[in-house]
Write a protein that binds this ligand. Sequence first.
Ligand code: GLU
Length: 312
Amino acid sequence: MTYATRIRRPRHATRLTALGLLLLLALAAACGKEGSPPVKGPRADQLPDYRVDTGFRLPESPTWRRAKSRGSLVVGAKEDQPYLGEKDPAGGGYTGFDIEIAKMVGAYLGFAENRVRFTTIASANRETALQNGQIDYYVGTYTINDNRKRLVGFAGPYYIAGQGLLVRADEEGIEGPQDLDGKRVCSAAGSTPYQRMQEEYPKAVLVSYDTYSICVDNLLTYQVDAVTTDDAILLGYAAKVPDELKVVGKPFSEEPYGIGVLRSDNALRLAIDDALQEGERKGYWKAAYDATLGLSGVPAPKPPAIDRYPAG
Ligand code: GLU
């Protein structure tokens, strides 16, 4: 071993520690007693019990009819976004704010919690999954915008996030998107933050993967200098390893989260709007937020107004 490689070792060791810590956290979550919450995970004991509307009917929705005859709903979600949509590697169950919203909607549509099945769909594959009927609806940090509205329908919004930046805790040179020239910045393919970087900050060196958790691994191992996506997602990663990561600057976009549906299924879209409105009125929305996303340190905001846009 040369001297040069030897003196680099301590730094390399720090990187391994960061990764090791993440692995330990994952293991701790996996080894927990069945039903026990993962480290800093959602407070299962405080989650609302959504009333299931057993008499609900929506024959004008082809998606609802298909789910009814199947006996369950199939919902697309994320599996690696702490406090929002996370899959337990041991038990296979999904937890987080998006998952609660999906269950709350499911109960309104007449499906008990054990009749709502989740499947992981990455950012870049959401529209296709809805268009080809692989899922009945999608709840996973899915920004409503006009481009996507040409391909799918959106109920909601049920939450408003904003694009932010995640860096290593010892980073001093990055405080906002203006500091990213020549820096390696990671985001998920097919996401609005990726697109915004490409269009508005072309001097950043953009790297993309299917998921943000791979970006975070790359940040911890010094492969990239920053990860960019919604603040709600980044706060979750930072909260898991606060000694290693921090969210910097102010949000620099508005990301209204919607529930994606098949574009032509207006009956389902409007029924989900009703479900969200009722969930907010009954206090389910706030209780779900407090037990999940609220754990990342941001108190519950007022839920945004639902946008029941006309079919077209
Ligand atoms: N909300 C943004 C989007 O829909 C980023 C998060 C994500 O990729 O899910 O693209």
